[in-house]
Write a protein that binds this ligand. Structure first.
Ligand code: GRF
Length: 203
């Protein structure tokens, strides 16, 4: 199962995916990593792992539609069965999201549907949440609103700061994202007409 990963930054989730796909048992294979910033550290992680990389600077395009069209072409040149957003800090157009319907995953650092958008750790603290975490979901046109695949719960501790909470959530991301990608690659996870299915059962 060919996977293309899109990212904008550090790429620790990419690293977790790289580490989980090298064992000969996981049918997921990262065919390429595409970034919208040439300074994204995730590109270096990809190069170190011998994975093809490509940079598409969104500033080089007239508008969001033009960028997304070019991005789709770049992605499709690797013929992926799955596209994985791993810290890709761009809102995607409806045309893009429709094109990859059922084969586009994202990870979000909160227990969706709580705390869509940015600054999730700070917002979980401010809201006094007892539990926080992360969510892998299929991407639909609603930002951070697509059907949920898997969540990891992180209990909030009284001395937590946004940074300490973020660190523990990140650690969980590195477990659940490779898990979801593997399920998809194994043909166990798919998006059915009425929601995600794992081994044919609604999630
Ligand atoms: C993660 O917190 C993820 O939930 C969010 O972007 C961040 C990416 O982190 N979508 P990294 O670049 O994988 O370290």
């Amino acid at each position: 199962c060919n996977v293309v990963v899109l990212l904008s930054g550090t790429g620790s989730n990419l690293q977790a995916l790289i580490d989980s796909t090298g064992d000969g048992e996981n049918p997921a294979r990262i065919a390429a990593v595409i970034a919208n910033r040439s300074d994204a550290y995730g590109l270096q992680r990809a190069r170190q792992a011998g994975i093809a990389t490509q940079v598409l600077e969104h500033a080089d395009f007239a508008d969001r539609d033009a960028f997304d069209q070019a991005l789709m072409q770049a992605i499709d040149s690797f013929a992926p069965q799955l596209v994985v957003l791993a810290g890709f800090m761009r809102i995607l157009t409806p045309a893009f999201v429709r094109h990859y319907h059922g084969r586009l995953l994202n990870i979000h650092p909160s227990l969706l549907p709580r705390h869509k958008g940015l600054h999730t750790h700070q917002r979980a603290l401010q809201a006094g949440d007892a539990e926080h975490g992360c969510t892998v979901h299929f991407v639909t046109e609603e930002l951070d609103g697509g059907p949920l695949v898997v969540q990891a719960v992180v209990p909030v501790q009284s001395q937590d700061t946004a940074a300490s909470l973020a660190q523990r959530v990140h650690t969980q991301e590195h477990h659940v994202y490779p898990l979801a990608v593997r399920w998809f690659a194994e043909g166990r996870l798919r998006l059915g007409d009425s929601g995600p299915l794992l081994d044919g059962n609604p999630l």
